[in-house]
Design a protein around this ligand. Structure first.
Ligand SMILES: Cc1ncc(COP(=O)(O)O)c(C=O)c1O
Length: 362
């Protein structure tokens, strides 16, 4: 029997074949109709005024920090339970990532922790929707607005999630998405930025197009220096196909999540908590393992039957940041070693996973 994989792609070659053929026949591989359409559809879906496509969430986060002028002497408060990219981009620009410990249930930044960390050097706050869970972002936004600090949402995992009926993409000042294969929409690699701010959208429009705005004679008018972090036409075709069915993808993932929670509760596994006003896309099915269970041994024991991995990382506990700043965050560090990600895809029989866990633990 083959191992149950963590995730299955939500896209098949059959779905894109006709459009791929058109792209190949036209010879237009970049800056074509699909890129423009995907960008517009993403704005409509998220409810954001502006959307921009990029090569990854990492480039999106980096560009947003550049936009805000983050540099040496600045601090950016970052949720500590995340993928290192969230803090790497801050470090790369010469600023200091200030790690905010998280709620042990939702795994997200806590308002009281944020309030205690805000200081004169705080240039921005980066809230991470841990594993796609947006719980608490609205309150974090309220604190940031009251303090006059821009909020970047690292929504790398959170396409399709919402809080108080507002989708990720339209909550924070700037939102960054990932289209990596472990995400609900995958273009292989890829990402996006959304914002409601017209001035920032204008900056992004120019900077993401090599610094060009309009034409100068028969050529482009390069009014600034800029970058190329573009998505291709073929990737945009893939993105559009998945965005068109994102509602169904989120529903299906929640059905499997509910079955998991029901099945594993009696075994002492505690699922990541979703706030009552939040809709979670369940990008990853993450549980805290029961007390006394060796998480690493469990993952090793499942190998061959069930693919499993850790929840995610405590950024402040990573070797680089720990040696540089020595400020390991206790809750996040505990979550890094006691959480497990289990497979989740449409139609998965969670009993197969549960039985494998029972076998390993017995
Ligand atoms: C929270 C978070 N931020 C950023 C990233 C980086 O995304 P990308 O691979 O698109 O650069 C990831 C990737 O998993 C992530 O989980």
């Amino acid at each position: 029997m083959s191992q149950i994989r963590l995730m299955r792609p939500y896209i098949s070659f059959d779905e894109v074949e006709a459009e791929f053929r058109e792209v190949f026949d036209s010879g237009i591989f970049t800056r074509g109709q699909h890129v423009e359409a995907f960008r517009a559809e993403l704005a409509v879906y998220t409810g954001a005024k502006h959307a921009f496509l990029t090569t990854s969430a990492t480039t999106s986060l980096w560009v947003c920090l550049k936009l805000l002028g983050v540099g040496p002497g600045d601090e950016v408060i970052v949720s500590d339970f995340s993928f290192p990219a969230s803090a790497n981009v801050v470090e790369d620009l010469g600023a200091r990532p200030v790690f905010a410990d998280v709620c042990p249930e939702t795994f997200n930044m806590r308002p009281e922790v944020l309030e205690a960390l805000i200081g004169p050097r705080t240039k921005a706050v980066m809230f991470v929707d841990a594993l796609g869970n947006p719980t608490g972002i609205t309150e974090i936004k309220r604190i940031c607005s009251a303090s006059g600090i821009p909020l970047i949402e690292d929504a790398a995992c959170a396409i399709g999630s919402s809080e108080h009926g507002v989708r990720c993409g339209a909550i924070a000042d700037l939102t960054c998405f990932s289209f990596h294969p472990r995400k609900l929409i995958s273009t292989g690699e890829g990402g996006a930025i959304t914002t409601n701010n017209d001035d920032w959208a204008d900056w992004l429009q120019v900077k993401l197009a090599h610094g060009a705005r309009g034409m100068k004679g028969v050529g482009l008018d390069f009014v600034d220096y800029g970058y190329n972090f573009r998505l291709s036409e073929l990737q945009a075709v893939m993105g559009r196909k998945q965005l068109a069915k994102i509602g169904a993808i989120v529903s299906e993932r929640n059905i499997v999540r509910n079955a998991y929670v029901e099945r594993l509760r009696s075994m002492g596994f505690v699922a990541q908590r979703i706030g009552g006003s939040a809709e979670h896309n369940v990008q990853s099915m993450v549980f805290r393992v029961p007390e006394g269970v060796d998480r690493d041994a469990l993952i090793a024991g499942l190998r061959g039957r069930v693919e499993a991995t850790l929840g995610t990382y405590s950024l402040s506990a990573g070797s680089f940041f720990l040696s540089k700043y020595s400020c390991r965050q206790p809750i996040s560090y505990c979550l890094e070693s006691t959480t497990i990600t289990l497979p989740l895809y449409e139609g998965l029989d969670v009993n197969l996973v549960a039985s494998a866990i029972e076998d390993v633990l017995s």
